[in-house]
Design a protein around this ligand. Structure first.
Ligand SMILES: *Cc1c(COP(=O)(O)O)cnc(C)c1O
Length: 301
């Protein structure tokens, strides 16, 4: 943990960038994987299974390797090759599942009948790891809470962790208000935005569409209600960004010296769409390193 938080200016906005791409596996998923695998070890687990669009799988595989426990990762066939190489190098058995992200989720459930399911979207221990995102920001801002957190969101693993972490600080009277959480979704896959905007009680019928923001292309987030409730409680909002806006943000961030995967660029595209006061403290994470999707970036350029 303790990734750098750097104050900078992007376009017209003064923001703080939390450099989550600097984790050992190249994404913030290490926060959750570290706690979840530590808990598995504590329980005497010898083998775990997990499904992921790439980064969570890489993080679980890395920490399982470090802990000396066996690991099987299920990924959608179309996952970026760099992430597959990473998972295999950590020594995990890799299963490429044809079809959608949901087909992969169904495949792992069969394996999870008999093995420990180290799931980043179901297991509470993963979220108790991502909580540290909140504690660190608070500490790095001189024990102050920011006004706004912008978070790219699919399953909500960073969003829920951040929410729980700031809730902890609030309940200990260490801060006086929660930061507003702005959740950013891809226009092409935005079930949570729809649920929030239309005040739906349940997720809308799934409309799977492709987006370059593969990390947040989640048509059926299992914690949908919880994510929407958390955003409401912080008086935050959901925004959607188009493929073009994601690409524009990706290129503009590159021109400012920042290299990230397209999913992470969605957050910076979202920044343009929020109503934020000049004096407010805004934190935006770089959730994943650009080197994870070099092949995809080449095709986009
Ligand atoms: C996992 C991930 C996210 C956020 O995804 P959730 O589905 O909300 O947990 C954002 N960016 C990157 C690079 C990720 O790996």
């Amino acid at each position: 943990g303790f990734t750098p938080l750097l104050e900078t200016r992007i376009g017209g906005n003064r923001i703080w960038i939390k450099q989550e791409q600097l984790f050992p596996t190249g994404s913030y998923k290490d926060r959750g994987a570290s706690v979840l695998i530590s808990r598995a070890v504590e329980l005497g687990i010898r083998k775990v299974v997990e499904d992921s669009s790439g980064n969570a799988g890489a993080a679980i595989a890395a920490y399982a390797a470090l802990a000396g426990i066996e690991c099987e990762i299920f990924v959608p066939e179309a996952t970026a090759p760099a992430k597959l190489a990473q998972i295999e190098l950590y020594g995990a058995a890799l299963h490429k599942v044809p079809g959608s992200r949901e087909d992969t989720a169904r495949a792992v459930l069969v394996a999870a009948e008999t093995e420990f399911y180290a799931s980043h979207s179901w297991s509470p221990f993963f979220f108790y790891g991502t909580k540290t995102y909140a504690y660190e920001i608070w500490e790095q801002l001189g024990f102050n809470t920011p006004d706004v957190l912008i978070i790219p969101t699919g399953n909500g693993t960073l969003l829920i962790g951040a929410y729980l972490g700031f809730q902890d600080l609030l309940s200990q009277n260490l801060i006086s208000a929660l930061p507003r959480i702005i959740a950013v979704q891809s226009e092409n896959c935005a079930p949570l935005h729809k649920m929030w905007a239309d005040r739906l009680e349940q997720l809308p019928p799934r409309q799977p569409e492709k987006t370059i923001a593969e990390g947040i292309a989640i048509a059926e987030p299992i914690r949908g209600r919880q994510i929407v409730d958390a955003v409401r409680k912080t008086e935050g909002a959901f925004v959607t960004v188009s493929e073009r806006e994601i690409l524009t943000a990706l290129v503009e961030m590159g021109r400012n010296g920042w290299f990230m995967e397209p999913t992470s660029a969605a957050a910076f595209a979202g920044l343009e769409k929020c109503s934020i006061d000049e004096r407010e403290t805004v934190v935006v994470p770089i959730t994943g390193h650009g080197l994870k999707s070099t092949d995809k970036l080449l095709s986009l350029l």
